[in-house]
Design a binder for this molecule. Structure first.
Ligand SMILES: NC(=O)c1ccc[n+]([C@@H]2O[C@H](COP(=O)([O-])OP(=O)(O)OC[C@H]3O[C@@H](n4cnc5c(N)ncnc54)[C@H](OP(=O)(O)O)[C@@H]3O)[C@@H](O)[C@H]2O)c1
Length: 239
């Protein structure tokens, strides 16, 4: 795909890799609708990235609100080419201590939110003559289970299954589906970015470069999943 002049939707665009995805897409000439719940943070992103970034205050667990926004924003002459299902959260605790609301937030955001966005945009993408691309941001936790990660693992294994089934379902409609399985990335996902991350995590802009590479593949060439991790994940002080 030539990204120039394409229309993209990035969920979770108010922080972390969502900002870098948006920046990388805008650098390539796309217009980006950036969705997240925090209006103030989105406003700051808009100031940083400029008018090609369209901030949209949206809770992706709210199916009706997504539907209203899509109907208001897109039409036969203006349809999205790219959907990046990136919004997500992780809450980590022993299974008997994991609060119900944290389990539900992970399943609702990471898994159901991905489904809600996708199911409402697929009909428009099917109508498009040109190839469209959906990229779902799972995690290594979509492939490997670990202690204290039951809820996060369940949600991301769900994204993995959803992505594989979707890829097979829509490939003949000219829609590419790719699932990303990243290891640790230096964002505020784990808490305070400055204290809870280290230099041996992947950097958001590196992951964004992979996103661009995957989008720019030729139309009949699909990378349907991609695992990425730091070569040496240990913090410099632990070497
Ligand atoms: N960082 C890592 O090491 C890592 C590794 C593998 C995979 N991932 C995945 O990468 C994705 C992005 O994470 P990140 O590291 O960039 O974390 P982050 O900095 O915490 O960003 C998460 C984004 O998701 C948005 N979000 C959360 N709940 C939402 C909701 N209900 N509706 C709309 N937006 C919502 C947040 O915005 P608001 O709070 O403003 O809504 C924020 O923009 C997640 O899916 C995460 O699971 C991260």
């Amino acid at each position: 795909m030539d990204i120039n002049a394409k229309t993209a939707i990035v969920t979770g665009a108010s922080s972390g890799i969502g900002i870098d995805f948006s920046q990388a897409l805008i650098n390539k000439g796309a217009t980006v609708y950036g969705l997240a719940r925090s209006t103030d943070k989105l406003k700051r992103v808009r100031q940083e990235l400029g008018k090609q970034f369209k901030p949209v205050t949206m809770d992706i667990t709210d199916h009706d609100a997504i539907e209203k926004w899509i109907n208001k924003t897109f039409s036969k002459d203006h349809q999205p080419d790219i959907l990046i299902n990136n919004a997500g959260l992780g809450r980590f605790a022993d299974v008997e201590k994991l609060p119900l609301d944290e389990w539900e937030a992970m399943i609702q955001t990471n898994l159901s939110g991905t489904f809600y966005m996708t199911r409402q945009l697929i009909p428009m993408m099917k109508e498009k003559e040109s190839v469209c691309h959906i990229i779902n941001i799972a995690s290594i936790a979509g492939k490997v289970g670990n202690p204290k990660m039951t809820g996060y693992n369940a949600s991301k294994f769900g994204v993995r299954g959803f992505s594989e089934a979707l890829f097979k379902e829509v490939r003949y409609d000219g829609i590419k589906v790719t699932c990303f399985y990243p290891g640790s990335i230096a964002t505020s996902f784990f808490g305070d970015k400055d204290t809870d991350t280290h230099d041996n995590m992947m950097q958001p802009e590196e992951v964004a470069q992979v996103l661009i590479n995957v989008l720019e593949t030729p139309d009949n060439f699909l990378i349907n999943d991609i695992t990425m991790r730091p070569l040496n994940p240990k913090a410099p002080e632990d070497q």
